[in-house]
Ligand binder design. Structure first.
Ligand code: 5GP
Length: 206
């Protein structure tokens, strides 16, 4: 692990069906320096999801109690459930020099950008709404009403994406991954992450 610089915060948002989770998994697998911010949610676990690995699954009461106690760096209501990112684990990971990756919705990303101004916010876009619709239908997991709802909220989220620092259109997965990787690597080169570097380089030899 290269500890010569401070850790960065990478925030990735996208409408569902855009391939965000696949891209995130690839990035985490390639760069072990990443810690992942495990969110809390009030939605029930899906098949295969593990409490404490995919999410911390909480009751609404417990979620609201933590929210009111200032436990979250950001939180939002998405599709009728609460989601939030615990603050302390992120601070701990950054203190250890890790990079921290968040996979959260647009409202949460906007809050994080306010709380952590140096966060790099990346939005993954589908090539078009008809392509997104095709992909959502192709999954074969959702009924018509769910697909309509996801498409509506996709259009709303995409309309909000203007303030993100990076846009990646996921038309071809390998190209999108190459762009995500490049955006991450570029972010790790910011001078603010290596405050002592110039002094070290200029120090007389010996
Ligand atoms: P899902 O229920 O499909 O896992 O996630 C639904 C949406 O909630 C996705 O857009 C996901 O990125 C977002 N999400 C997951 N965790 C968080 C979180 O901690 N905060 C916010 N704001 N959104 C989240």
């Amino acid at each position: 692990m290269n500890m010569q610089r401070k850790g960065i915060v990478l925030v990735i948002s996208a409408a569902s069906g855009t391939g965000k989770t696949t891209l995130v998994k690839r990035l985490l697998a390639e760069f072990p320096r990443f810690g992942y911010s495990i969110s809390c949610t009030t939605r029930p676990p899906r098949a295969g999801e593990v409490d404490g690995r995919d999410y911390h699954f909480l009751s609404r009461e417990e979620f609201l109690r933590r929210r009111d106690a200032g436990y979250f760096a950001e939180w939002a209501e998405v599709y009728g459930n609460y989601y939030g990112s615990p603050l302390q684990p992120t601070l701990d990971m950054l203190a250890r020099g890790q990079d921290v990756l968040f996979e959260i919705d647009v409202q949460g990303a906007a809050q994080l950008r306010l709380n952590i101004p140096q966060a790099q916010c990346i939005f993954i876009l589908p090539p078009s709404l008809p392509v997104l619709e095709q992909r959502l239908r192709g999954r074969g997991t959702d009924d018509e009403e769910v697909i309509r709802r996801r498409l509506d909220s996709a259009a709303r989220e995409i309309a909000e994406a203007h303030w993100f620092s990076t846009w990646i259109v996921n038309d071809d997965l390998d190209t999108a991954y190459a762009e995500l990787r490049a955006a991450y690597l570029a972010a790790t080169l910011a001078p603010t992450l290596r405050p002592g570097l110039l002094r070290t380089i200029l120090a007389p030899a010996g």
